[in-house]
Design a protein around this ligand. Structure first.
Ligand SMILES: [Zn+2]
Length: 233
């Protein structure tokens, strides 16, 4: 399974998911003359814990939309569709999420769908809803689903980092069982760091400040995925 030079359809929940998990892939895909479409289900209006000063959900949604539009241009996304579904409640809006994604996907060239796996990386319920929509979409279009995972090197440490962020009703309370990656891509760390920084409402100076240095380095240099052969049968 090769991801570069393909028609990729990526399904995420929040503006910045794409930068954390696959900004390097998207950029590299454009260099290899591939095309990338992105469905981002929400405007990220619940992402308030990083803000310097309080703002309304409406204003934050507008800001984060604008940020994602700029990031899309920077990393080379060809088609962007923000569905404006409610942040933190994708789980309750799955039929709408699927319907809107299907309408968009039908009009896009798609060789592979890329989204969260059942672990949602962090256990965020919105991410898990993405997986459920993406697997249904992959089956309907008859293309493989490739899911985000984290680099092998930091896999064992991962649950510790994500635990801090999981004290919220937006996360499920089961222990995280991360999928093992079987695809690894070396990416340009400068591009990836800049993409993260462009989500200015979320990250002021160092977007990876809460990770130890070795983990941050790994996140900036490698993007890992799990290709499940049975996903489109
Ligand atoms: Zn997210």
């Amino acid at each position: 399974m090769r991801l570069l030079g393909k028609n990729l359809l990526i399904v995420t929940a929040h503006p910045d998911d794409e930068s954390f998990l696959c900004a390097g892939l998207i950029h590299k895909n454009s260099v290899h003359h591939g095309r990338t479409s992105l469905i981002c289900a929400t405007n990220g209006e619940a992402g308030k814990h990083h803000l310097k000063k309080p703002t309304s959900a409406k204003n934050l949604a507008k800001t984060r939309r604008e940020e994602l539009i700029l990031v899309s241009k920077f990393i080379g996304i060809n088609r962007l569709n923000m569905l404006s579904l409610p942040d933190g409640r994708l789980n309750l809006n799955k039929p709408k999420f699927f319907k809107q994604s299907w309408t968009f996907a039908k009009a896009c060239p798609v060789d592979v769908i890329i989204s969260f796996g059942p672990d949602g990386i962090t256990g965020h319920l919105d991410h898990i809803a993405c997986y459920e929509v993406a697997i249904k979409l992959a089956k309907k279009i008859h293309v493989p689903l490739v899911t985000f995972t984290i680099p092998n090197k930091i896999l064992s440490k991962a649950s510790k980092f994500f635990k801090i962020r999981r004290i919220s009703p937006h996360y499920h309370d089961q222990p995280l069982k991360h999928q093992k990656p079987n695809l690894q891509l070396k990416v340009n760390p400068a591009i990836k760091l800049e993409a993260l920084r462009m989500h200015r409402s979320q990250y002021q100076t160092n977007p990876l400040y809460h990770f130890p240095k070795d983990v941050a380095k790994e996140i900036l240099n490698y993007e890992c995925f799990c290709y499940n052969k049975a996903s489109h049968d």
